[in-house]
Design a binder for this molecule. Structure first.
Ligand code: 13P
Ligand code: SF4
Length: 359
């Protein structure tokens, strides 16, 4: 049946030609990735969605927030298709727009006029959202002078935000926010974590006044599984091992690793190694296995001994890919992701600010 699906996808692609562009995230399974016209991390895929106005349809093999982003950045006539609508992201779901609005109102009570600037020309808070969030959250950020980041440009984006605001409200991923701000020299005491169930998010007015980065309580269920013990075990069992982890991992794991970076950073670090090297990688297992297969000169393994897949990325089964492509062949757009225009305009603004922010 796998061969049959493969043949169906190939046949539909052959008929559609340049009319369709298939984008695949690094975490997609091999049976899907092999059909992608372009494979990348979330930042690269956002750029790819913008760069192909000739395609009538963009089939996005990734998760829902990525397809929304592709819809925001592609042309109005282009249809963005998510092969399985159940491919969401548990982290993105952790920042709910109502909670974020409520948080902002509470912060307004503490800081006063959110548009007012201090003697240095800075507003009290700039909201920054990780790409892994809904279009509604990106729209919120766009409306409040904020910006989107990905794991490959989080530092550049935080620098952009600190040129405009005294503080940053960062969501949904506490770990990416903490790891990035820490690497920039922000002390942990100046990174309170917002608790939506407590007045003032559980912090005192004084703590909020001193805050530099107010963290949201979200996390990635895949990356939070990595532990310092796994890093220690890899070092004990493989002298000379290079440990590279994704910045969605907890701070202690990032600190214990040799390096941290986005999925594309990890790929490039491995490909740039000239000597045969042992790599222990802390990210999603489909990517780690592909890197191992593509780079046989190195020994590459996942830090987590129990397979560590992203279950929602895995919902893009090749059967769904064949189904949406065959729909296009028949003139039917299946599973279109269309962001409503009231959200799309400010969300696009927040994304464009990110694409324009230069390191
Ligand atoms: P990047 O592709 O930006 O590294 O993000 C990883 C991820 O978790 C995507 O959901
Ligand atoms: Fe979301 Fe984590 Fe999966 Fe990325 S790896 S899509 S952050 S659950």
């Amino acid at each position: 049946a796998a061969d049959e699906l493969d043949a169906r996808v190939r046949a539909a692609k052959r008929i559609l030609g340049d009319r369709v562009m298939i984008l695949g995230h690094f975490y997609q399974r091999e049976e899907v990735v092999r059909h992608a016209d372009y494979v990348g991390d979330s930042f690269q895929l956002a750029n790819a969605a913008k760069a192909h106005p000739e395609a009538e349809a963009i089939v996005f093999c990734g998760v829902h927030f990525m397809a929304e982003t592709a819809d925001l950045l592609s042309g109005p006539q282009q249809a963005v298709i998510l092969p399985n609508l159940a491919a969401g992201c548990s982290m993105a779901d952790m920042a709910d727009i109502d909670q974020v609005e409520e948080c902002w109102e509470q912060l307004e009570e503490v800081y006063g006029d959110m548009d007012g600037v201090d003697a240095n020309g800075l507003v009290p808070v700039i909201p920054v959202t990780y790409m892994n969030s809904s279009a509604a959250i990106k729209g919120f950020v766009g409306r409040h002078g904020g910006i989107v980041c990905t794991s490959s440009n989080a530092r550049t984006v935080l620098e952009w935000a600190f040129e405009r605001g005294r503080r940053v409200l960062f969501f949904p991923d506490q770990h990416l926010g903490r790891n990035t701000a820490k690497a920039m020299g922000v002390p942990l005491e100046q990174m309170p974590m917002w608790n939506p169930r407590k007045p003032l998010g559980g912090s005192t007015a004084r703590e909020l006044d001193d805050a530099r980065v107010i963290l949201w309580h979200g996390f990635c269920s895949v990356h939070r599984r990595f532990t310092v013990e796994q890093v220690e075990k890899a070092r004990a069992g493989h002298p000379g091992v290079r440990v590279i982890v994704h910045p969605e991992c907890p701070m202690a794991v990032v600190d214990a690793a040799d390096e941290s970076g986005s999925t594309d950073y990890i790929r490039k670090a491995i490909e740039a190694a000239t000597e045969p090297t042992t790599f222990a990688i802390g990210t999603e297992v489909n990517l780690v296995q592909r890197l191992a297969a593509d780079n046989p000169q190195h020994e590459i393994f996942c830090l987590d001994p129990v397979v560590c897949p992203c279950s929602t990325m895995y919902r893009i089964h090749p059967g769904y890919l064949a189904w949406v492509l065959e729909g296009l062949v028949d003139g039917e757009v299946r599973n279109r992701i269309l962001v409503p225009s009231d959200v799309a305009d400010p969300a696009r603004l927040a994304l464009e600010r990110m694409l324009a922010a230069k390191p």
